[in-house]
Ligand binder design. Sequence first.
Ligand code: SF4
Length: 458
Amino acid sequence: MTTQYQAAVAGKITREMEVVAKRENLTPEAIRVEVAAGRMVIPANHVHAAGRLEPMAIGIAARCKINANIGNSAVTSNVGEELEKLHVAVHYGADTVMDLSTGKDIDNIRREIIASSPVPIGTVPIYQMLEELGGNIEDMRPQHFLDMVEHQAKQGVDYMTIHCGLLLEHLHLTTSRVTGIVSRGGSLIAKWMMAHRKQNPLYESFDDLCDIMKCYDVTWSLGDGLRPGSIADASDAAQFAELDVLGKLCKRSWERGTQVMVEGPGHIPMDQIDMNIKKQIEVCHGAPFYVLGPLVTDIAPGYDHITSAIGAALAGWSGAAMLCYVTPKEHLGLPNREDVKQGVIAYKIAAHSADLARKRPGCQERDDALSRARFAFDWKEQFRLSIDPETAQAYHDETLPQDTFKSAHFCSMCGPKYCSMRITEDIRKMANDQSLPTSSATPHDKSAAEKKLVELKS
Ligand code: SF4
């Protein structure tokens, strides 16, 4: 079986490309061209594609996507809770889900998640590796890791984060950082390299890893093990040294027939986000960029779904293809069901805002429909079109719960006398009745308005 990339390069349109074309409002040929150019990936492991997976695409020509991380930890959660988080994430619009389980029962949790999930599932194989080694990453041998990747590929994992770009010679660049190495995978590989005084075994095994991923069409998600974990460390030498390696690995992954996307930071102030995205796209030859946030300030633990959604919206606008959500629990604890919901909604807003700014096909239709419903005081339609209908209705009904208020021409925010949309209705009625004085200086006739202003001034 071929990968989506191999098929695209051979000029073949796959069933997955056809499905994606419908979902993206693009032609199948446009999808094929993007996949062949490496600017788009369709994460669809053959095993998962034969099950419940509904194919989707990640790339600059497609709608901006969002990922939700779930998974247990050694301290809390189980398969039932993780399946519930999967359900919440998909219900509120997550385009992919990563199972980042690091606690008990990892294999069973992953099996259940893949069997239940219509969206692609990503993993970070080194987490399960560490569990199997009893927490001693130094004991890992390269073959251990290859076996783990093959094991997860056989289960149907659609994309994998593997930290191949962090090299031994990069480590000294992190010593003066405020927050060091904040990527879990990055810190484990750094520890292994320090213990053995040898090069990153995942970098050394890159071609062998490609061969495994090609067999199942697992998409690379090249991990950013040296991403900045604080505003002070943003855009530093360590981050960009790793990015240069990732750019070279993109080319090698295409040469070996695999699909690839690249992960990015982290914590970045707003004025550096556009530069970061453009640099990644250039260095990685257009491979889709998958960013975590980025968080635009460090001072809001408990609200990092907001600090990061601000950065994510800017990143999406600049060309990031997928935004990895952050929940309110970031830096503080394992997200629960409600945190997953809050994170997904914050990121749906960020991704949709980016789609609007990039003028992606058909994207504004829902905004326009909701605005029309709002102006027509069609409250039920306004709720239905909302990103979170239950919350929108609950907030409205908190003060005006009776059914009669579902057609009222005001809400409790301004009340009937001050409702500006109701007043606008009155103004329009007056204009229709021709009881409104007319003038050549209508709001749409700027030149006439300007002329009037000049007249008044003279
Ligand atoms: S009362 Fe105010 S907030 Fe409510 S519908 Fe009218 S203008 Fe909008």
